[in-house]
Design a protein. Structure first.
Length: 133
């Protein structure tokens, strides 16, 4: 399962649009994601827990700490998603993300890139290691 950003949607918008075709079912799964950030001024939380909800091939990742939602499309085993959320007196916009879930659906790894505007303005990236709980 590969997850990449590119679809309509985001945390402040409605559910993703244009989602159709055949897709895997991730509905109701919960994941703990651990993040390792590239060096630089843009750092974020070291971990977060997400729950996936899905209607047809439209999916939503809900961040459990603050209910921020990331909307996207699931096409086959590929999920496109995006989102913007408040963080540390500013705003984080996820600009690209890709991670792959193993065949048994129990773990995932990949990377994402983001921009932060707030106390400072910067861009950053991180690796993701996630486990289904």
């Amino acid at each position: 399962l590969t997850i990449t950003t590119a679809c309509s949607g985001g945390s402040s918008g409605a559910a993703a649009s244009g989602c159709s075709g055949t897709c895997i079912n991730l509905n109701g799964t919960t994941w703990t994601a651990n993040f390792s950030y590239a060096s630089g001024p843009c750092q974020g939380p070291s971990s977060e827990t997400y729950t996936v909800s899905q209607t047809g091939c439209a999916g939503t990742l809900t961040q459990q700490s603050d209910s921020t939602q990331f909307h996207g499309c699931i096409a086959g085993s590929t999920v496109d998603w995006s989102g913007t959320f408040p963080y540390n007196s500013g705003t984080v916009s996820v600009t690209s993300a890709e991670f792959t879930v193993n065949n048994s659906g129990t773990s995932a790894s990949g990377t994402f890139s983001f921009n932060y505007t707030g106390m400072l303005q910067c861009s950053g990236s991180a690796t993701i290691a996630a486990t289904k709980i």
